[in-house]
Design a protein around this ligand. Structure first.
Ligand SMILES: [Zn+2]
Length: 575
């Protein structure tokens, strides 16, 4: 096949089956696809007229894959003009958050609404906030602070005033949610779960985030800057269709996106119609949530939370929380599988607790048998699996169920999982990546924004070393090889996103999607892999230009996406 471009570097790590290395990659720029991989001299012999681009001492790998993310809502709540205050993006303690509150109030235009995302009660050592707490920092502008759990927001008195509630008393609680109230019935500046959160924050967010599509694009830019070329939108709902088309249709779009439609929407099984090529945007399947989050005690698990101030401060009742934490009964899960399982959809099922995973695997086994899918290429998958055990991974493998794991749970919470939230015996083992890989199931990694920033190199370091950023070692028997970690962050992620036929490794016939690193990850101490610099990414044979991307999205009239804020709250994101 003719190539008009040959890219060479210090080394090309192909992540093909043999994990082979090459010297150069030949590309047909008209298709963006790879025509040959091998020695530079051989490639030049086959394509003597091709331009040669030498990346010098850099190393070329397949673009990283984040197999489970929520770029639209993450952009809206985390990226400027919103403020991201999660402990691992520069705010380890509540004191750090308070300093930002003071700075933001003095620097932002008077009266302007502000949105903060990611207060983390267990890691930052703070209880629930109230309107009085926030008034001390923000006496005269509307401010909303979202809890990192996604279950609760806090807001100041200016918000209460702007809502126009009679005598500052919230109205009747919307279904499945509630407003926080003082003894006299007035608002205490808290709202719990989607309905109440949306009623409070919808209007404020529209003021605080005037160009929500641009905010989403900034999230994708940050992913690209960390080396990602492929991800998903795991809370897809039909109201996001226009936004996702906008984000992927512009010429400089940096990332391929696969969609998972929330099962709670009546049209979750509908076909996705779009002018964007499927190689950039396509719908894969349906997303369900079995249980909740380990950080607020809503996982369905046999493991007991310990009794100490960290646990209680996070609002968790010590002890075990079992099947009552399931968001669906088995009959409700089966109803979704009955309705959609025969239509070729890929199911992606959130489960953190071991009980949740048992129930989901039971339901998957039922559905796979019912629709004669056992042994076929169905690619049904489970997400996060924080507490899952080796026998459960083995069962998933036997059903052909893929496992998409959350190294970030171990990275950012590992130090408190081990001995503070749970007994060390189980807490040190959280995210048993070693057992998952050994099971033979296809294992991928994800960062699940807005829960954590997409930093694939940190995932590689942490799963290879089982070191947390504080330098502590937890559960070393769950270490995996760099080969396995790299597969999880590239080709296996592409497999889970149903794009492994066109990307995920550097092989002939696939798109030339690359991440360019300044250092070979195999050539350094694994504890320093996260220090490697991402020099850029390529998509379909062209270097990604993230600034051009933002400029293209910024030129889209924001009024076309003015209702997009609602999706940032109107979703059961309990990861
Ligand atoms: Zn998620």
């Amino acid at each position: 096949m003719p190539a008009d471009l040959i890219v060479t570097a210090k080394s090309v790590i192909t992540v093909d089956k043999a994990m082979s290395r090459a010297e150069a990659v030949a590309i047909d720029s008209s298709t963006g696809k790879i025509t040959a991989v091998g020695a530079l001299a051989d490639l030049q012999k086959d394509s003597p007229d091709a331009k040669v681009q030498n990346l010098g001492d850099s190393v070329i790998l397949p673009g990283f894959v984040d197999a489970h993310n929520h770029p639209v809502m993450s952009g809206i709540v985390c990226m400027e003009p919103s403020f991201w205050i999660a402990p691992y993006v520069g705010f380890p303690s509540y004191d750090d958050v308070k300093k930002l509150f003071v700075k933001a109030n003095s620097e932002q235009p008077a009266g302007a609404a502000l949105m903060f995302q990611g207060l983390d009660r267990s890691l930052q050592g703070v209880g629930e906030l109230s309107n009085t707490d926030l008034d001390a920092f923000f006496p005269d502008r509307p401010v909303v602070v979202a809890d990192n759990s996604g279950h609760e927001i806090y807001f100041n008195s200016a918000v209460i005033t702007s809502l126009g509630w009679a005598d500052n008393k919230p109205p009747a609680d919307p279904e499945g949610s509630r407003f926080g109230r003082n003894a006299d019935g007035t608002s205490n500046g808290r709202a719990y779960e989607v309905g109440a959160m949306l009623a409070v924050a919808g209007k404020i967010m529209a003021e605080a985030v005037p160009h929500p599509l641009l905010s989403a694009a900034k999230w994708l830019k940050s992913m690209a800057q960390n080396g990602v070329t492929m991800t998903s939108e795991h809370t897809y709902q039909s109201s996001m269709q226009k936004a996702l088309i906008g984000l992927t249709m512009v010429p400089a779009a940096p990332i391929r996106i696969s969609l998972y439609h929330m099962s709670t929407e009546a049209d979750c099984g509908a076909a996705f119609v779009s002018p964007v090529p499927e190689s950039m945007l396509k719908k894969n399947g349906i997303k369900l949530w079995a249980d909740g989050s380990p950080w607020v005690g809503t996982i369905a698990s046999t493991i007991a939370y310990l009794d100490n101030p960290t646990v209680v401060n996070a609002g968790i009742t010590p002890g075990t929380h079992g099947e009552e934490m399931m968001n669906y009964s088995r009959a409700q899960i089966d109803a979704v599988i009955d309705a959609q399982g025969g239509n070729g959809h890929q199911f992606a099922f959130h489960c953190n607790g071991d009980i949740a995973l048992d129930i989901v695997l039971d339901a998957f086994e039922y559905g796979l048998n019912k629709f004669n899918l056992v042994g076929t290429d169905h690619r049904w998958r489970v997400e996060h699996v924080g507490a899952a055990r080796a026998d459960q991974f083995a069962r998933a493998a036997s059903l052909g169920v893929g496992i998409s794991m959350s190294p970030f749970q171990f990275i950012y919470w590992g130090d408190i999982l081990d001995g503070t939230l749970f007994d060390s015996e189980v807490g040190a083992q959280w995210q048993r990546v070693g057992d998952a890989v050994k099971s033979g199931a296809v294992v991928s990694f994800h960062n699940d924004g807005s829960v954590s920033p997409s930093i694939p190199l940190l995932n590689l370091k942490s799963t290879v070393t089982r070191l947390t950023p504080s330098g502590k070692l937890h559960g070393p028997e769950q270490k995996i090889s760099l080969d396995d970690a790299l597969r999880a962050q590239t080709i296996n992620g592409a497999f889970h996103l149903k794009r492994d036929d066109e990307s995920g490794s550097i092989e002939v016939g696939k798109f030339a999607d690359f991440v360019i690193l300044d250092t070979d990850p195999y050539a350094i101490d694994p504890a320093n892999i996260d220090k490697i610099k991402v020099q850029g990414t390529w998509l379909a044979g062209k270097p990604v230009d993230v600034d051009a991307y933002l400029a293209q999205i910024e030129s889209i009239d924001p009024s076309e996406h003015k209702d997009l804020h609602a999706v940032a709250i109107d979703k059961p994101h309990k990861c």
